[in-house]
Design a protein around this ligand. Structure first.
Ligand SMILES: C[S@@+](CC[C@H](N)C(=O)[O-])C[C@H]1O[C@@H](n2cnc3c(N)ncnc32)[C@H](O)[C@@H]1O
Length: 467
């Protein structure tokens, strides 16, 4: 059975959860059989049987918000062999030499799968190493400084031995190699260097605790496309906007993978319309509202701009799909049981430049946010179809004097007949011995998306409407 390697986004827990949810609930049935903080190994039930599986990989890449690249795996070397061939300190030269020869044999057997034609060809490749964790010493001290140069040079020789006329490799900056601080080649460079062509390739060496997977990249995310939408839209406010990646991931947790063009989603707090812009990109029918009339206008202008960029026709009655409405009156603004999903980031309070005091954050929650979230679930229940989902952001405030403060969103949701759906099904995930790679039960009920020391962290929840 063919296996595929998925390079995960920067929030790897969230990316892994998104991927597993797709493999469990979409037409692309499969399992994550191994993972690290950078990659996931996937076995599909039937993808390889299809002649057009590369097209399927491209579709999957397009659907996922938290996936940087997808590569096909051609072989695997267990971790002990790698440690024997590339120890931290070389003591037994003979053993190292012998083991490296074995490693080269495996690599050699993958080359004719990576390059369909080698004889008389001019070939170019970039080697990318994805470690178990980027902050592992083994990555900076051994993999970057010794394994990478070994791979670059040996693959070059092997290709020539196999009949290539020329073989060249992508050279990472010397400075980074010396410092042991290296990022694998970026997705947009794959396109720039033509690494999807037959005579060019990105060869990934992806590590987990078990060993290293050798794979060739078939498709990559186009971050410039999303960045363009995010940055060039007429109205934007970076302080209060969610990222394109997060918007796409949230939409995927609605579990609407089939015939998206027939699925209607709603964002009752559109702001400048990030969720709706990416709902449009991902083929959904989209509706939205906001209490602030200016925000409604901004969203409509942004949507019109994007439709023009994509050269797509303006949907019928677009101006009536995005309305001014307080979430408290949502069910008078939209039809009952009309929506297939709600995807939203409600009001999170003021943009704090410094950490607030505990009492300040608590007061904000009690006097303002609680009622907004209550209304979202109460009204959301009325406008959602049965068994449909809401994917929602809830804030965590990092306070000066009282640690973290947050809403009791699970209680609120339950009160309005919504059931929490854990974001990751732990029964489907293999166990890892490194604590940094383990998931605890509490961590998968909802997943946090935040940078270090962020004052307001976003916590993502999925709830399903109960009967
Ligand atoms: C955090 S912003 C959403 C930002 C949006 N996710 C984006 O990326 O542009 C919250 C929005 O909620 C709106 N809002 C606040 N209270 C509301 C209410 N009671 N009903 C509806 N919208 C409300 C605000 O006007 C604001 O645009």
């Amino acid at each position: 059975m063919n296996r595929f390697l998925f390079v995960l986004g920067s929030n790897w827990q969230l990316s892994l959860a998104e991927l597993d949810n797709l493999l469990k609930n979409s037409q692309f049935q499969g399992r994550i059989t191994d993972y690290s903080a950078n990659i996931a190994i996937v076995e599909f039930e039937s993808l390889q049987k299809s002649r057009y599986y590369v097209n399927d990989l491209m579709t999957i890449q397009y659907i996922l918000g938290g996936c940087q690249k997808i590569a096909e795996i051609y072989d695997f070397i267990d971790i002990q062999t790698i440690y024997d061939g590339f120890p931290k300190i070389i003591e037994k030269y003979k053993k190292v030499d012998y083991t490296r020869k074995g490693i080269l044999k495996v690599i050699n057997s993958t080359l004719n799968k990576i390059f369909p034609r080698i004889q008389n060809e001019s070939l170019f490749y970039a080697v990318s190493i994805y470690p178990n964790l980027f902050d592992d010493d083994y990555y900076s001290d051994v993999l970057v400084k010794h394994f990478l140069p070994f791979l670059n040079k040996s693959i070059m020789s092997l290709l020539k031995e196999n009949g290539a006329e020329k073989s060249l490799y992508y050279k990472y900056p010397e400075e980074n190699i010396k410092l042991g601080n290296l990022n694998p080649i970026f997705p947009h460079h794959l396109i720039k260097y033509g690494l999807f062509n037959k005579d060019r390739a990105e060869i990934i060496f992806g590590f987990t605790e078990e060993g290293v997977y050798i794979a060739r990249t078939f498709t990559a995310d186009d971050p410039n496309f999303k960045k363009k939408i995010d940055e060039e839209r007429p109205f934007k406010e970076f302080k209060s906007s969610i990222s394109p990646k997060l918007a796409i991931i949230m939409l995927n947790f609605l579990n609407l993978f089939e015939e998206r063009e027939n699925n209607v989603i709603l964002d009752p707090f559109v702001g400048n319309g990030t969720v709706l812009l990416f709902a449009l990109i991902e083929d959904f029918q989209f509706y939205g509202s906001d209490i602030d009339g200016t925000k409604v206008k901004n969203t409509l202008r942004n949507l019109n701009w994007l439709l023009k960029e994509l050269e797509e026709p303006i949907p019928l009655l677009l101006n009536e799909r995005v309305k001014k409405s307080d979430v408290k009156k949502l069910s008078s603004s939209f039809n009952k049981e009309y929506f297939d999903g709600i995807c939203t980031e409600p009001e999170l309070g003021p943009f704090y430049k410094q950490k607030p005091y505990y009492t300040e954050a608590k007061e904000l929650i009690d006097s303002k946010l609680n009622s907004i979230y209550e209304a979202t679930f109460r009204e959301g229940y009325k406008v959602l179809k049965p068994k449909r989902r809401i994917c929602i952001v809830s804030p965590i405030f990092n306070t000066i004097d009282g640690g973290e403060v947050q809403l009791k969103i699970e209680e609120i949701a339950r009160r309005y007949n919504f059931e929490l759906v854990p974001m990751l099904d732990l029964n489907r995930i293999v166990n890892k011995s490194n604590r940094k790679l383990q998931f605890k039960k509490g961590q998968v009920r909802a997943i946090i998306d935040a940078k270090k020391n962020q004052i307001i962290k976003r916590k993502l929840y999925v709830f399903e409407k109960m009967n």
